[in-house]
Unconditional design. Structure first.
Length: 72
């Protein structure tokens, strides 16, 4: 049976940057790598909220990206 090993995690903040001249929604994102792999969703949310206060652009979403190694 295959096993998955968590290698690392990153935090991605997506900001709502308004609309362009064609009326299409525009987003900007910022990623933070080397995030503690054992961090809970609440901890990610708290960290994202704290970082987002430093931006004048409203936060649209918070993403967690995990990298896993699959092996037998």
């Amino acid at each position: 049976m295959a096993q998955a090993t968590l290698m690392n995690s990153s935090l991605r903040l997506v900001f709502d940057n308004g609309v362009d001249e064609n009326g299409k929604q525009v987003f900007k994102s910022k990623s933070y790598s080397n995030v503690k792999s054992a961090a809970t969703p609440d901890q990610f949310s708290t960290a994202a909220a704290a970082i987002a206060t430093l931006s004048s652009i409203p936060l649209a979403s918070i993403e967690r990206n995990d990298t896993l190694t699959i092996h037998d």
